[in-house]
Write a protein that binds this ligand. Sequence first.
Ligand SMILES: Nc1ncnc2c1ncn2[C@@H]1O[C@H](COP(=O)(O)OP(=O)(O)OP(=O)(O)O)[C@@H](O)[C@H]1O
Length: 265
Amino acid sequence: MVNNEGPAILIDNLVVRRGRNPVLHGLNLEIARGGVVGLLGPSGCGKTTLMRAIVGVQVVKSGTVTVLGQSAGAASLRRRIGYVTQSSSVYDDLTVRQNLQYFRAVLKAPKSDIDRVLEQTDLNAQAGQLVSSLSGGQRSRVSLAGALLGRPELLVLDEPTVGLDPVLRVELWALFHRLADAGTTLLVSSHVMDEATRCDRLLLMRDGEILADDTPAGLLTSTGAADTETAFLTLIGRPPSEQPSSSEQPSSTEQPSSTDDRSAS
Ligand SMILES: Nc1ncnc2c1ncn2[C@@H]1O[C@H](COP(=O)(O)OP(=O)(O)OP(=O)(O)O)[C@@H](O)[C@H]1O
């Protein structure tokens, strides 16, 4: 039975290692339903790992991840979550429309969804074009279009605006907010601090820990910074005891996991 109560994402004491690297060290997080939540932090801090744990493809050492009221990775969540990885997962030798027709059939989404997602991602003009001939930005929008099929309740988007020109970035953020207004929860990662101001809520990560969990305005107030980039640098400069939210330090006794990918085990 679909559970529409409670938070979209609830994470309790999540510990993840990737190979020999301790990546998440007892992370706690709660994300309410609806709204655009930005996940920001330097390269390698663990954003993708956290997203992988949420969509249920990451082997975890310990802790729990509950998504839309169910354990992350549960088969029943597959059609309720849309996930866009950093590298686009589309077929080069098919046209944009053929890719979407294939994903729609797998998801058993309504046929009318194809025209809707082409429109939402501004890909109508490229619908008949082979994916191999698209630009990088167009390609990544095909992945996004695929994730929008079936109207998932949660969208997990790993750096969806990389490679897009400023006009398309603005349009994409407007789309994210339209989806959020209709009740979708979006978790969007980015390196780009100026995108932080476009989010309803911000999670700032460093070294596998959530340094701050606030609204953009709240973050500026609590740090006294003039912009989000300065706020982040201010937080990084603070000792852990003074940071707004901090989690446990990594344990040095755990063994590396034999595989990183849950779907491979
Ligand atoms: N398959 C893997 N095996 C071992 N270590 C890994 C693996 N994948 C990632 N890591 C390490 O885990 C840490 C977190 O990586 P992750 O991809 O989650 O970071 P990120 O914040 O998403 O980075 P970026 O913004 O550059 O994408 C990094 O130190 C990375 O080197």
